[in-house]
Design a protein around this ligand. Structure first.
Ligand SMILES: *Cc1c(COP(=O)(O)O)cnc(C)c1O
Length: 428
């Protein structure tokens, strides 16, 4: 048996499904997940000593690639000074200042340890601020695994066919209104149907968790206008898009300012960090200034702050986003050409270093259209690419990510591998 296979069997004996986050398990594509031995730049090596070009990049955090020397050094230095204090450090203010300087709508920020915690805290704040209970979300968006958001959720919940998880009370489900992404009329109707009851509208302003799906022109502006008119808080969940599609996330790229923003992934530079930020008026409701309770023993952890600071500083260097954008465009144009050449119906798109492709002839604007994709072809394509040393997400319904360590040669090799992979699939 392969080393990967043995490791997976061992893991399954003591960890449910052998993984600590469901999408890692390869359930949507079949086969055995790759156990990572080490990683550097844009590649990782598995237990069977095979090297893969990585387009998952830890599901988004690693915009500077694996084991970036500056990030590793920052973490090592911080570790030597102590790994956790439960008392404030200046590193927390430094990372907060970087965030406030980069993300246009954020005036104050509170750190936690995951994106899930960030959205959970944002929801509590929005409810306290408005004195209302209901949350409007969109089917296929993923906001972490807090109960209120596991109604028609994306990412692993979608991949594994459990968008509505058991274990969530009827009361919670009643307070969550789930609508189709890009359907502004549905949002209008929800506000009319629940006057004075909707605390907030939360969304991924570019969706990365049902595959990569963009807002239609006017959708974000329409949400801004409707939430303002009805006194609801607009929350952009930029856990994935923050520092990814622009230094200031989608809100900067599209010039639409939400009331609150949730961050994660890149902000921790590969260590566990989440953050909730927004207008001071809302953020000041948090304990110990206000009455809204939110806390964490390891929140603002010095190792995680060090990784985040090193990452955001490097991202402020000139030209990095332009380079990433060009690289992702090259990849998507290359894949598009390959799919067309082989007559494979598809949709493919990219913004910044985030990209996605769906195997469907239908334009993808929401969960229903995403689900028209040929997931069994995706699974075969995924494995054919894996054989060729290319690691895409093990699910049709996830975005792909580039890092500053990918380059044109690697992208061109990927496109050539896709050409070869599809030719082989069509020959069998
Ligand atoms: C990953 C993600 C989350 C959850 O973050 P975790 O750190 O996995 O808890 C929330 N929202 C979005 C948009 C995400 O992509």
């Amino acid at each position: 048996m392969s080393q990967n296979g043995a490791a997976f069997e061992r893991a399954q004996r003591v960890i449910p499904g052998g993984v600590n986050s469901p999408v890692r398990a390869f359930k949507a594509v079949g086969g055995t997940p790759l156990f990572v031995k080490s990683a550097r730049g844009c590649t990782f090596v598995d237990l069977d000593d095979k090297t893969y070009v990585d387009y998952v990049m830890s599901w988004g955090p690693l915009i500077l690639g694996h084991a970036h020397p500056a990030v590793v050094e920052a973490v090592q230095n911080a570790a030597g000074r102590g790994t956790s204090f439960g008392a404030p450090t200046e590193a927390e203010s430094e990372l907060a200042e970087l965030i406030v300087g980069m993300v246009p709508s954020v005036e104050k920020v509170r750190f936690c340890s995951s994106g899930t915690e960030a959205t959970m805290s944002a929801l509590r704040l929005a409810r306290a601020f408005t004195g209302r209970d209901k949350v409007v979300k969109f089917a296929g968006c993923y906001h972490g695994h807090a109960d209120a958001f596991l109604i028609s959720a994306g990412s692993g919940a979608l991949t594994l066919g459990t968008p509505d998880s058991p274990g969530i009370t009827a009361g919670t489900a009643r307070d969550t209104v789930s609508l189709a992404y890009n359907d502004l009329d549905a949002v209008r109707a929800a506000f009319d149907a629940h006057p004075g009851e909707i605390a907030c509208v939360i969304l991924e302003p570019y969706v990365g968790n049902m595959g990569f799906v963009l807002p239609k022109p006017g959708f974000l502006a329409g949400l801004r206008e409707l939430t303002q008119r009805h006194g609801a808080v607009l929350i952009f969940d930029e856990v994935m898009t923050g520092f990814r599609v622009a230094p200031g996330g989608v809100q900067q790229r599209e010039n639409i300012l939400p009331d609150m923003t949730t961050l994660g992934k890149i902000v921790g530079g590969g260590l566990p960090v989440g953050a909730v930020g927004g207008r001071s008026e809302i953020m000041e409701r948090l304990s110990p200034v206000g009455a809204v309770y939110q806390a964490g023993t390891l929140s603002g952890n010095p190792l995680a702050m060090a990784a985040g600071i090193a990452t955001l500083r490097l991202l402020q260097e000139a030209g990095i986003y332009e380079k990433l954008d060009g690289l992702a465009a090259r990849l998507i144009e290359g894949l598009d050409t390959v799919f067309v050449r082989h007559g494979v119906a598809h949709q493919a798109t990219q913004r910044g270093s985030m990209f996605g492709f769906f195997f469907t002839p239908q334009p993808v604007t929401d969960l229903a259209s995403a689900k028209t994709s040929d997931v069994s072809f995706y699974a075969r394509f995924f494995h054919a690419m894996l054989e060729r040393g290319i690691y895409f997400a093990p699910s049709q319904f996830e975005a792909g990510f580039l890092s500053s360590m990918h380059d044109e040669a690697v992208v061109d090799r990927t496109v050539a591998a896709a050409d070869d992979a599809i030719a082989a699939l069509h020959a069998t």
